[in-house]
Ligand binder design. Structure first.
Ligand code: NAD
Ligand code: LMR
Length: 342
């Protein structure tokens, strides 16, 4: 498959002499909500390079006409259009196959992702209402934090609107996978391009559970329990590491744009009929007793075609799973209650 973004090994491949790949795929419209932001702009750039995207709609409360004009000069095949302000939201959404939502405020040092709930819950609710009205069949990729609550919020909104399809609402946890692969490869001394690490649970602190016992090509890579513990904690606190380094100027944007572009590419490959697209995402699930949970999923023509179980966990991972359940349950409940109370 001639994709610029190779999901399996994370390699970035371009056909240099003739510009970017132009092979014929079905027309696909991808819309980014929050496209003028720290994640939105580099994500839009990566999507402009994706050969599966034929139409790229960039929506924000302001600033998107400039971002779109800038990107539109790139000689890849998709048409780009900027939409600014609520009155243009419907037009931005209409006909979308995939809608990516990084709209909302990021953390500052000392904050948890849950501290963003006050502002971002309302933003995600109103954007999900617009998605339900203008693009009810689209796949949503939700990046806005706290993901553990914003995915239940979007789901409840879609249910209220009568257009809920659990196969089409995904919380983007790909950055946790990207981090786990990077940190694992560094520590284990293996080629990062060959590394796979499932990350399950949710997307905040201890709810992020990397399963290094299932890492490929070398499960656990003979790492000591102390090493695995350190890698687990670093993956769980990867977001905070960036928030602290940015010292008040936001959270991960570039690595998130990369991860968001990988997830969108995976959704598009599934929609286009690839039969082997497996990634981790936070979705409606019956894998545990929680109604939402991140685990490996199979993406296909209808979005999430299958949610896979957790596989065999070791004692360390089983303890991590037990510890994360109450926190994740509380975040899910908070999201559900927000919609029913409002
Ligand atoms: P940012 O402040 O740079 O950009 C956010 C953008 O959203 C801004 O351009 C803003 O105008 C826009 N926005 C606000 N309200 C909107 C609305 N109602 N409609 C459309 N656009 C709206 O922030 P950022 O660094 O891009 O982060 C965005 C969100 O992504 C944050 O909540 C952050 O915590 C989250 N995030 C999630 C992950 C993840 O792994 N899921 C990783 C990094 C960041
Ligand atoms: C991340 O994991 O980088 C994001 O969720 C942003 C954050 O606040 O840490």
């Amino acid at each position: 498959m001639n994709s610029l973004l190779r999901v399996g090994n994370g390699a970035f491949k371009a056909t240099i002499s003739r510009g970017f790949a132009t092979a014929a795929f079905p027309d696909r419209k991808v819309t980014v909500l929050g496209a003028a932001g720290g994640i939105g702009q580099p994500l839009a750039l990566l999507l402009k390079l994706n050969p599966y995207v034929t139409e790229l709609a960039l929506y924000d409360i302001a600033g998107t006409p400039g971002v779109a004009a800038d990107l539109s000069h790139i000689n890849s095949k998709s048409r780009v259009k900027g939409y600014a302000g609520e009155e243009e939201l419907g037009e931005a959404l209409k006909g979308s196959d995939v809608i990516i939502i990084p709209a909302g405020v990021p953390r500052k040092p000392g904050m948890t992702r849950d501290d963003l709930f006050k502002i971002n819950a309302g933003i995600v609710r109103s954007l999900a209402e617009a998605c339900a009205k203008h693009a009810p069949g689209a796949i949503l990729n939700i990046i806005s934090n706290p993901v553990n609550s914003t995915v239940p919020i979007a789901t409840e909104v879609l249910k209220k609107a009568g257009v809920h399809d659990p196969r089409k609402v995904l919380g983007v946890t790909m950055l946790d996978v990207v981090r786990a692969k990077t940190f694992y490869a560094e520590k284990a001394g293996v080629d990062v391009a060959k590394v796979e690490v499932p990350v399950v649970g949710g997307h905040a602190g201890i709810t992020i559970l990397p399963l290094f016992s299932q890492a490929l090509p070398t499960p656990n890579a003979d790492l000591s329990p102390a090493d695995v513990d350190a890698l687990t904690k670093r993956t769980q606190e990867g977001g905070t590491e960036v928030v602290q380094a940015k010292a008040g100027k936001g959270s991960a944007t570039l690595s998130m744009a990369y991860a968001g572009a990988l997830m969108a590419d995976a959704c598009l490959r599934g929609l286009n009929g690839d039969s082997d697209v497996v990634e981790c995402a936070y979705v409606e699930s019956s894998v545990t007793e929680l109604p939402f949970f991140a685990s490996k999923i199979l993406l296909g023509r209808n979005g999430v075609e299958e949610v896979y179980g957790l596989g065999e966990l070791n004692d360390y991972e089983r303890a991590g799973l037990k510890a994360l359940m109450p926190e994740l349950q509380a975040s899910i409940d908070k999201g559900v209650k927000f919609v029913s109370d409002n």
